[in-house]
Design a binder for this molecule. Structure first.
Ligand code: PLP
Length: 805
């Protein structure tokens, strides 16, 4: 028997992490020491762990520089059609390990750090997440950037460099408390400011109509200052750019004309302009209608379009660009083209030909409808143009009081798509039915995906290695090759290897949990995880009802052989979303009772995972046995968390919603725990009326659970703490939690039964991994490229530049 390998030795063996050649390691050490000295201005006596992280970040960054410059040079020389991905969110997470993975530097850096007496994993923990997103939509943008670079598209991400990203969530006495995310406090080694490309963006003012055209005058100007972040492709020497705009007041801000406050006040007021890029709005799937948010949307679009047009004018051949808008951002493009040089017809034609609109939700409260008076004040000229678009293109006129941004996007784009098959069908059948009937050829589907680099190779190297041992490494670029794993579904050694990696990941996460939550974890229990934003439609409450039911069953028959579970729920609630915050409080309250009940012991633990974010997803998902994807059918556009779990060897319990439908199809329905109403059932129920009390009255275990919540069983010091939640569930539950309760509980019983047969369980895990190839964002991006953007993925590699020696 071989002796067990230390973490460090094991890493050295892993081929997916790149080779640690001797010269490579020597050069890295030399450059690391150079950066510690010249960049950090420290020696080993006074260096902090953060200094060590920054020195490593700079050392790795140096390997991007030559590739970045040469990629952009090659785009200038070849002038391919560019893709511009505009998004208010890019949820990037950490950059160091991702860069090492994509540049095949991970083993060499690990070895270099080891030789210098440092633990690379510890240094990585010093990096702040770039949390410039709320959830799935922002993370999708980040996965797309990775795929676009890996597929060799000349692509750019454009967004806002928020000074404060998504808040940090603390749990205090069971309640969510928000803390500001001051992610730039210690500096950001991955960005490069480009003040030479600063752009003016205008707001407010009024329009003057002259015989020779329209003028927008008396505006306030804010400058948009770009910061570039490199986006490396997977081992192809391509490095694209994510350009994020920061708001800067002009020097003369508030100092001219009718300003009354005087010099000091004028300088203090610069904050007002610079607030535009201060903070990310923390709502997921919810439209708040704040003026500052409309300013942010216009700011990113106006700055980006100027940048695109500058690049277009400076291009060698005169390129054929495409703008892809994620939000309702296009009137700005029209305005620019319309008033400056072109006729309305030509400008509108260019707008439609260049823009494509992706819809990300069907929830009515999430769709943007801006009040006319707000629009009128902030962007008076743009409102006039919207009226003109309305007059010419919309049969059924806009509501007179609101600008419906989704409708504007549909008429202003040549393609409209949803993000999973079922979601795209719902758009055509209900949400955008009229538009579909007018223009059926515009409507498409592009099922979402995730990047297998971050969501497998980087976060679960053990699994990536076990797979690579059987089918080679090409699946990392071409995830469909995971299908080859079907051949190994009866291979005893492979089954053992897959189960072993999962157990190792669980042990590692259990250590993290015990440190963090002071709860003793049973590593043999099923790790049952639901991590995503807290929202009524995602139905964390249905999960709670299962937990309570399971708890009551253990209490009723304490000597039965229950399948032990550690149930983890994590996610942020929007600070203004009262019900979501109460859901968090309920989860922590259930945990307090269940986790301290000696009858239960280690057969059930309930843990609220604090501060769920990209970095925590990377730790939790590889450790999951069971993935909870239990939204009401018809409400989750796609989901991407579901795909991360599938790729990392969890089984899914889920409704026929979003991408779950296609995941079950790929894995085989026998290997998927499907329950609950289908969309048709939900629609039928809406037609006849949902009556929660019928379920409550006819299901004793449901009644018991609700009575316990309502009666203070989980909040003895405050028996009526959850009265709002109970009232909602009983009387105005839009998401019909009770209607799926019984089927959910039955399905969970099947899950528990299968978990008792580890080999059968693992075989289904293998078939899920084998079926997860479709959910690579490389596939998604290839389809966007060919079917909407009119560009061809190249898969070409650039020549390697001279790396720092
Ligand atoms: C993938 C991801 C999401 C999206 O999860 P869903 O379950 O699809 O809502 C949200 N937050 C983070 C941090 C993620 O990584």
């Amino acid at each position: 028997m071989s002796k067990p390998l230390s973490d460090h030795d094991r890493k050295k063996q892993i081929s997916v992490k790149g080779l640690a050649g001797v010269e490579n390691v020597a050069d890295l050490k030399k450059n690391y020491n150079r950066h510690l000295h010249f960049t950090l201005v420290k020696d080993r006596n006074v260096s902090t762990k953060r200094d060590y992280y920054f020195a490593l970040a700079h050392t790795v960054r140096d390997h991007l520089v030559g590739r970045w410059i040469r990629t952009q040079q090659s785009y200038y020389e070849k002038d391919p059609k560019r893709v511009y991905y505009l998004s208010l969110e890019f949820y990037m997470g950490r950059t160091l390990q991702n860069t090492m993975v994509n540049l095949a530097l991970e083993n060499a850096c690990d070895e270099a750090m080891y030789q210098l007496g440092l633990d690379m994993e510890e240094l990585q923990e010093m990096e702040e997440d770039a949390g410039l997103g709320n959830g799935g939509l922002g993370r999708l943008a980040a996965c797309f950037l990775d795929s676009m670079a890996s597929l060799g598209l000349a692509a750019y991400g454009y967004g806002i460099r928020y000074e404060f990203g998504i808040f940090n969530q603390k749990i205090s006495s069971g309640w969510q408390v928000e803390e500001a995310d001051d992610w730039l406090r210690y500096g950001n080694p991955w960005e490069k400011a480009r003040p030479e490309y600063m752009r003016p963006v205008h707001f407010y003012g009024r329009t003057e109509h002259h015989p020779d055209g329209v003028k927008w005058v008396d505006t306030q100007v804010v400058l948009a200052l770009p910061y570039d972040t490199p986006v490396p492709g997977y081992r192809n020497n391509i490095v694209n750019t994510m350009r994020l705009w920061s708001a800067k007041a002009p020097c003369e801000f508030n100092l001219k004309d009718f300003n009354v406050g005087g010099y000091i006040q004028a300088v203090l007021d610069r904050n007002l302009a610079e607030n535009i890029s201060r903070v990310l709005y923390p709502n997921d799937n919810f439209f708040e209608g704040k003026e500052l948010r409309l300013k942010q949307e216009y700011f990113v679009v106006a700055a980006t379009l100027q940048d695109i047009i500058r690049r277009f004018k400076a291009s060698k051949f005169g390129s054929r660009d495409i703008v892809r808008t994620d939000f309702s951002t296009l009137p700005d493009k029209v305005a620019l083209l319309f008033d400056i040089t072109l006729s309305f017809c030509l400008a509108w034609d260019i707008c439609i030909k260049t823009c494509a609109y992706t819809n990300h939700t069907v929830l009515p409260e999430a769709l943007e409808r801006w009040p006319i008076d707000l629009f009128q004040t902030l962007l008076p000229r743009h409102l006039e143009i919207i009226y003109e678009i309305n007059r010419r293109h919309l049969e059924n006129p806009f509501c007179l009081l609101l600008v419906n941004m989704a409708h504007l996007c549909i008429v202003g784009s040549h393609a409209v798509n949803g993000v999973a098959r079922i979601h795209s069908d719902i758009l055509k059948a209900t949400v955008f039915k009229d538009f579909y009937e007018m223009d059926p050829h515009k409507f498409q589907n592009k099922t979402n995906g995730i990047t297998p680099r971050r969501w497998l190779v980087m976060c679960n190297p053990g699994l990536a290695e076990v797979i690579a041992e059987r089918i080679g490494e090409d699946f990392i670029r071409d995830l469909d090759q995971l299908k080859k794993l079907c051949d190994f579904v009866n291979d005893e050694a492979f089954i053992r290897d897959i189960a072993k990696v999962k157990q190792e990941n669980k042990m590692k996460f259990a250590v993290h949990l015990e440190e963090h939550y002071k709860v003793k974890i049973n590593p043999n229990s099923m790790f049952d995880i639901q991590v995503k934003r807290i929202h009524e439609y995602k139905r964390q409450l249905l999960n709670c009802l299962h937990i309570i039911t399971f708890y009551n069953r253990i209490k009723k028959e304490p000597n039965k052989q229950w399948t032990p579970r550690t149930i983890m729920i994590g996610g942020k609630a929007a600070p203004g979303y009262h019900t979501a915050k109460m859901i968090i409080r309920l989860i922590t309250a259930i945990g307090e009772v269940v986790n301290n009940d000696p009858v239960v012991g280690d057969r059930l633990k309930v843990i609220f995972l604090e501060n769920y974010r990209v970095t925590l997803a990377e730790k939790a998902i590889p450790a999951a046995d069971l993935s909870e994807q239990i939204s009401t059918a018809g409400t989750e556009a796609s989901g991407t968390g579901n795909m991360k779990f599938m790729l990392n060897g969890a089984l899914t319990i889920g409704t026929m919603d979003g991408a779950n439908v296609e995941m079950a199809e790929e894995a085989g329905e026998d290997n998927f725990f499907i329950f609950g109403m289908r969309v048709e059932d939900v629609d039928a129920m809406d037609a006849k009326g949902y009556n929660a009390s019928e379920y409550y009255n006819h299901m004793p275990e449901l009644k018991q659970a609700i009575d316990q919540i309502a009666g203070g069983f989980f909040s003895p010091k405050q028996p009526d703490l959850f009265k709002d939640i109970v009232n909602m569930l009983m009387h105005h539950d839009r998401f019909k939690v009770f209607a799926d309760y019984q089927d959910y509980i039955k399905c969970q019983e099947k899950v528990s039964a299968l978990y008792k047969k580890p080999k059968e369980w693992t075989k289904k895990v293998i078939l899920n991994i084998a079926g997860s190839g479709k959910f690579s964002s490389d596939r998604t991006i290839s389809q966007y490229a060919r079917e909407i953007w009119g560009v061809e993925p190249t898969l070409e590699k650039l020549a390697a530049p001279d790396d720092p020696k």
